[in-house]
Design a protein around this ligand. Structure first.
Ligand code: IMP
Length: 423
């Protein structure tokens, strides 16, 4: 395995956590390079279910080093809670298996409150954020007013900077009609979390370059998905980081020529949480999947919006990310269907489009052009080999890969490690 970037090719929740967990077997280092605890990766090992938000999925395997890179935004209190919850499940997390970049920015309570207030004020135009403060935290980073993980290592400096930031942010909160944040409370909670995390905080760029020099393989674990990318997604209905493959480099300090491969993860259908245009959204498939108890968010528990596979979107994702191979997940979610639709183009103002329009108003007005394929109506969740899948399922997978323009590498038919086929 060369250094590999794993990206979501849709709107997030493609099942990346499970695929990363499977691929981690052949990597020594697993890196998160963007996003924050807005992400939620669910991993099932036998009887145990683990939900990770900030910590890379590699943490569940022995002798792997996990890195939270400079491009991630971290709520240190939430990170300590995640570490403690893992240790309660028997997974030890310490400086031997988790390193945190000193340049990663902090998510502070005022970020969460501003996120919430902005959403309230947007009314029906709200983004549908996870309310984890992600947008305001990245906003401060870009405005050069953020606090970073490294600042927690110098309590006097942290307190002074926090006081100055609170003066500005509390006046914003008051203007928005929300309660100001208490300096003392934030200071003590963050410094306490900082003390616990201190042994893990350092220069992760140097560590990663040392790992590459030692010929270790790095797996970059993408969070969210291509169409939630701040630049390439359905702006403004996006998250505030670069979720596409390039984000792995800027968010970790590993240069582009060191990346050997990009794997795109996509569901056999499409889902989206939060607001924003979603051309292939379909009430019937949503109802079917929700009735099966599927498609509820790991972070917020929200029901995801569901629709047919959108090859216009995934072809664009292939282009932006340079996807070499595909991991298709949740094939078993379609098992009961007689006919399955695939969106092969969009229609907008009488024209046929092969790429999504860049503006979300245009995308919202697109109607999908579908092709239909027969379903297989047989359970696939126990199938272990691609050649043992029903022929209709094999044809469907080949078709969506052909339309996306990348080779099929992995098919997943359930949450367990064993429910994974390598092609
Ligand atoms: P934020 O990242 O909380 O600011 O939310 C912005 C948009 O990204 C919203 O539509 C969220 O629902 C969506 N989003 C953020 N994280 C995830 C994720 O891990 N999976 C799917 N959608 C996400």
């Amino acid at each position: 395995m060369s250094n590999t970037v794993l990206v979501g090719a849709q709107w997030g929740d493609e099942g990346k956590g499970k695929i990363i967990d499977v691929l981690t077997e052949s990597a020594q280092v697993v890196v998160r390079s963007q996003g924050g605890n807005n992400a939620g990766h669910t991993i099932v090992h036998g009887e145990h279910k683990y939900v990770l938000h900030l910590i890379p999925s590699g943490i569940l395997r022995r002798r792997k080093t996990c890195v939270i890179g400079n491009g991630v935004v971290i709520d240190p209190v939430a990170l300590v809670a995640e570490i403690e919850s893992l240790s309660g499940q028997g997974v030890q997390v310490d400086a031997k298996n988790l390193l945190i970049s000193d340049c990663a920015h902090l998510v502070l309570p005022y970020h969460r409150l501003i996120d919430e207030q902005r959403e309230i004020r947007k009314g029906k135009h709200k983004i549908g954020t996870t309310k984890r403060g992600i947008g305001p935290a990245y906003g401060d980073k870009a405005a050069r007013t953020g606090l970073r993980m490294g600042d927690l290592l110098d309590p006097a400096f942290f307190s002074e900077k926090l006081q100055a930031r609170l003066r500005e942010n509390n006046s914003i909160l008051r203007a928005l009609g929300a309660k100001p944040v208490s300096f003392k409370r934030v200071e003590s909670a963050y410094l306490e979390a900082g003390k616990k995390l201190a042994p893990l905080i350092g220069n992760t760029v140097v560590y990663l370059h040392g790992a590459m020099a030692a010929k270790k393989n790095i797996l970059f674990e993408g969070a969210q998905g291509t169409f939630l990318d701040l630049d390439h997604g359905t702006y403004p209905y996006v998250t505030s980081s670069n979720t596409t493959a390039g984000g792995a480099c800027t968010g970790s300090g590993v240069p582009p020529h060191c990346i050997g491969k990009v794997i795109g993860v996509m569901k056999a259908y499409t889902t989206r949480v939060g607001e924003g245009p979603f051309p292939t959204e379909d009430q019937e498939i949503s109802r079917m999947l929700h009735d099966m108890g599927r498609e509820f968010g790991a972070t917020t528990g929200r029901a995801r919006r569901c629709g047919w596979f959108d090859a216009v979107a995934t072809r664009y994702a292939q282009m932006v990310n340079g996807i070499d191979t595909l991991a298709v997940t949740n094939l078993d979610g379609l098992d009961s269907l007689k006919r399955i639709k695939i969106c092969v183009g969009y229609r907008l103002d009488g024209k046929e489009l092969r790429v999504p329009p860049s503006d979300n108003h245009g995308l919202a007005r697109c109607t999908p052009i579908y092709t239909e394929m027969p379903g297989w109506q047989i359970r696939t969740d126990k199938v272990l080999k691609f050649s043992d899948l029903p022929v209709a399922a094999q044809r469907y997978l080949k078709k969506i890969c052909e339309l996306t323009g990348a080779k099929l590498e992995i098919v997943s038919v359930g949450p367990g490690r064993s429910q994974t086929m390598f092609i």
